[in-house]
Design a protein around this ligand. Structure first.
Ligand SMILES: C[S@@+](CC[C@H](N)C(=O)[O-])C[C@H]1O[C@@H](n2cnc3c(N)ncnc32)[C@H](O)[C@@H]1O
Length: 525
């Protein structure tokens, strides 16, 4: 007799299962009309016989991430099983029974959860008299809401007593029978709870509302993704101290209602902005300017191209990026907290964050989730920044290799805008990873004919390795139209190459499904 104790379940009294205590979810079933999920508990000891227990979805509200992981694998396994069935059906005679019932599913093999104990020993350790729940129910680890002791590696059936106690070898959980039950059992309550939890989390994101819409299927974006409003610096990443930030000192908040930093010609923040050659006042200033350019001298004092349309322009243009910046790749230097121009300076825009309501939605053509805006956007209007964890180039390479080998989506964005001008070596550059944390813009898909574009926005010219990646509409966009940008954010001189389709992609190239007439066929080519 194995030395196992079953801690009796406490009936249906609710007990929340905390995420840090859970290793994973192993199986699912429906009992008395309730969905139940088999929790494998974390154990400190190196044991191959972990504690297990069944729980209703209410009790798993603090560890829905695990339930979602399990359901993802389950649904992939179901579609693999369906494909296998479809192909084997072609060869079978019409009266052959169901494959599924005789063989363990690919789910079991994929998860590596079935022990390699020969099936004869497995079936002898499971008594069928524990199976009291109708024809589709399987012998199971049948203690509801009770943690099972794992010393001996066997679990007793709850209703059994006497010397012939039915038991299951924990190493064999989920058994093939449990897997069949799992595939056939409803998971609707779990999917609803996961969706509701995601929406609750979206509501807590600061700024304008973000909605979630999915009429394509029952999936929800990963609950493991954390919404953040600012960058998080990873290991080995140093952001320059705020003290290194230089603000404009000669401007003031009292320059007149319609006069701001853009008119002073002395604004230190606009020092690095592009000179507005059309506004050079005479031949002498033009000559001075040409001399400054030829000798690499300062362009301070020359009229600058101001990035945003000022107040008093057409209502649909106010605050929007001017066409010079829209069509060039020049970085934007916004005024910052150290500036004397005050909080209402018109050279502050992106730093205030998203001002429009966005909607994450499931695309209908296998591009996963996408992003759209609930209101009409005007050409040059700021949408949102790309947020995520800032990591080193070495860490990005490691993550990229891992992601590519599994054909996963990539959320890496290199902060290399100033690499050439500031002579920063590639290995010293930083990369933003939006896979695990970020904002709604991580859901923006690629298009070879995009309606948005990403621009560099800096608040600290002394820190060329960290700046904002800001998305602006590059044309008017109707409410509800998907927001897209070109993942290959080439500099101006390379742009003509953008329009050439690549006939010979690398082995791991991802086919582009943007559907535009000028589609280059592959992402990142
Ligand atoms: C930054 S994510 C965008 C959000 C993503 N659709 C999701 O569901 O999380 C980039 C990934 O989306 C997919 N994707 C984006 N644009 C695509 C396109 N035009 N064609 C095919 N897949 C696309 C690719 O898997 C790519 O690696």
């Amino acid at each position: 007799m194995p030395s196992v104790v079953v801690i009796p379940g406490t009936g249906h009294s609710s007990r929340r299962v905390l995420i840090e205590k859970v290793h994973s979810i192993l199986s699912n079933r429906v009992r008395d009309g309730e969905e139940q999920y088999l929790v494998r508990w974390k154990t400190n000891a190196k044991t191959s016989t972990p504690a297990l227990s069944w729980h209703v979805i209410d009790e798993l509200s603090r560890c829905l991430e695990h339930v979602q992981d399990y359901l993802d694998v389950r649904s992939k396994a179901i579609s693999v099983a369906a494909q296998l069935r479809a192909s084997s059906n072609k060869r079978k005679s019409p009266d052959t029974g169901s494959e599924e019932e005789r063989r363990p599913s690919p789910l079991d093999r994929q998860l590596g959860r079935i022990s390699h104990t020969p099936s004869s020993s497995r079936s002898s350790s499971v008594s069928s008299n524990v199976n009291t729940n109708g024809p589709s129910a399987s012998p199971s680890v049948d203690v509801y809401n009770g943690v099972l002791d794992h010393n001996g590696g066997f679990v007793f059936g709850r209703r059994a007593a006497g010397p012939d106690v039915p038991r299951i070898d924990i190493k064999c959980v989920p058994t093939p029978e449990m897997s069949v039950t799992a595939r056939r059992s409803s998971v609707k309550e779990a999917l609803t709870c996961i969706r509701a939890e995601y929406i609750r989390r979206l509501a807590r994101v600061p700024g304008q509302l973000i909605y979630l819409v999915n009429i394509a299927d029952s999936s929800t974006p990963s609950l493991r993704f954390h919404y953040i409003s600012d960058y998080i610096c990873g290991e080995g990443v140093t952001k320059m101290d705020i003290e290194t930030q230089v603000g404009c000192q000669k401007c003031s908040p009292h320059m007149g209602k319609h006069i701001g930093c853009e008119y002073t010609k002395r604004c230190d923040c606009l020092e690095y902005a592009k000179v507005d050659e059309a506004r050079l006042k005479d031949d002498q200033q033009r000559a001075e300017y040409e001399y400054a350019i030829a000798t690499g001298g300062s362009t301070m004092g020359f009229p600058k191209k101001f990035p945003y349309f000022a107040e008093g322009t057409r209502a649909d243009r106010e605050g929007c990026l001017v066409s010079f910046y829209l069509t060039s790749r020049n970085p934007i230097y916004e005024c910052n907290a150290k500036c004397r121009c005050g909080p209402y300076c018109r050279n502050k825009n992106v730093q205030f964050g998203r001002q429009v309501e966005l909607e994450i939605f499931k695309t209908a053509n296998s591009r996963g989730w996408g992003l759209r805006c609930r209101q009409k956007l005007f050409q040059g209007q700021f949408i949102d920044t790309y947020r995520g964890e800032i990591i080193t180039d070495a860490e990005a390479t490691r993550r990229e290799e891992a992601a590519h080998s599994k054909m996963k989506a990539s959320y890496l964005y290199s902060l290399d805008k100033f690499a050439e001008t500031e002579q920063i070596d590639v290995e010293d550059l930083y990369v933003v990873d939006g896979q695990f944390m970020g904002g709604p813009t991580v859901f923006m898909n690629h298009s070879c004919d995009p309606n948005c574009r990403q621009y560099t926005v800096s608040y600290n010219k002394n820190d060329p390795r960290i700046y904002d990646l800001a998305f602006f509409a590059c044309r008017d966009i109707e409410a509800g139209e998907e927001l897209t940008f070109d993942y290959l954010d080439k500099e101006e001189e390379d742009e003509e190459k953008n329009n050439e389709a690549t006939e010979d992609p690398s082995a791991d190239a991802v086919p582009c499904l943007c559907g535009s007439d000028n589609c280059r066929k592959w992402l990142w080519t």
